[in-house]
Design a protein around this ligand. Sequence first.
Ligand code: ADP
Length: 549
Amino acid sequence: MRKRVFGSICLTSFVTLLLTAALLMIAVYSGMESDVRDRLKNESIHLVDVSEDRTLLERIGRSYAERITLIAENGDVLYDNQGDASQMENHLSRPEVAQAIKTGVGQGQRLSHTLDRKTYYYAVRLPDGAVLRLGSTADSAFGALRTVSPWIVLVLLLTLLVAALLASWLTHILLAPIIALDLRQPLKNAAYDELSPLLHRMAAQNKKIDAQMDELKRRQAEFDDITTRMDEGLVLLSAQGEILFANHASRRLFPKEEAHGTYLTLCRDPEYIRVVEQALSGESTRGKLERDGRAYALTASSVAGEGQGHAAVLFIVDVTEREQAERQRQEFSANVSHELKTPLTSIMGIAEIMENGIVRPEDIGRFAGSIRSEATRLLALIEDIIRLSRLDEGGMQESFEPVDLYAVCVSVRDRLQQKALQNRIALTLEGEMAVVSGVRQTLEQMAFNLCDNAITYNRPDGSVTLFAGIACGQPVLRVSDTGIGIAPADQARVFERFYRVDKSHAKSTGGTGLGLSIVKHGAQLHGAEVSMQSVLDRGTTIEIRFPKG
Ligand code: ADP
């Protein structure tokens, strides 16, 4: 803009100057021409008077600046003060002479050969019929131009320089308020009045844009907030496979790669590439990706764009836990059917023998006893399965109440006292009142399972100590025994469903293999932590530490 304004001012000045110079020259030149003609006319009036006296005319002619020519009526030159009249050609053809002979007065003008100079003629017919002609030579317009042109050029250049300086100054003065405009606050500008409608419009536009920007920012923040807090990875890909957006979770899932560029910079796994490329080719698809020991489900949706090709939306979900749970569920189902089948098969076998009448009457009692014990085991198993599945569902929350762990232990001790006596185990209870918020039935089951195991996996003349009380400000339930202990390799696994250290004695101990699993899930339900210390052949201590207050 600065250049344009500057150029326009310069061009205007130049053209104006040129026109002015040309008009001035025309005016001056035509003034000069009319001066010459007037002068010739006036002088001719004086010379007419002396023209009768040829000697006087010649005398005047010698010192006369202008050319004087006396021409006879027939055109012969009688006298010329600037040349030899006898050598001159007939002048009848000269327009001014011809005109003077005809009308009494004649005028003419002619350019010299070089066009530089021009001669003006004024002819008057004398009373005797001859013609007196005066001639004055001056620069022609062209000649005059040639003479003054260096000056004109110099003046033009100088004026142009001044015009350029003025233009630059004017440009600065004109544009300074426009350049200084604060477009963020158009109405605060005190520039030209002519700009006022534009500035008002700008202010309105700014207001509109600000509102739109605010809305856009709000939506962007909302989108960022949601996508940042998403556990699932979300990646948006353009039809060209460029990453338009990749949320935090997706970068967490693919930490080593860059989260911009094309989809290949995110991950190089063949399955991932297959899923993405299929979506980009227009077919929504799913896949599974395993990375660093974790499993991810990939869902790629193809989105038809306006132009050619398909964009893609990729969802990445960490399904490691879900798959583990699914595996555990399948294992559990298989184990449950196996565990349920075992006692039932025994019962059926005994019943078959009895049915066939092979059993002697004195053995019937023993066989019936076996059926009862297998049925009892089956019942215990079913009860444990039901308890565990309830805990799995995180149920029984509604029946939370203040429960005294010491009172729970008293009840458990009483229930197991008989078994302890049978196994020659000294069962003691220590501690004090320790109230927790919990499900009484579950807490009793947990304490029972721990105490039952401590008696079962013990030795004759061993001991079991039940403790309920407060330790380090936290309610604690602890069961210690002097039993067979658990090898370090089995210590973590004993909490798994149906895991038994010694599978061969499962039947004789009467356990379901779910006791410690119920303890673990029961503890989770109460937000408690389970810890175990065990030394082979020395004994085991299992402690449940409940949250404070
Ligand atoms: P079970 O019904 O077989 O007792 P649990 O889940 O209660 O099932 O226990 C799992 C396994 O852990 C048991 O089979 C046993 O081998 C071992 N175990 C549990 N408690 C003790 C303990 N106090 N001392 C030694 N081993 C134990």
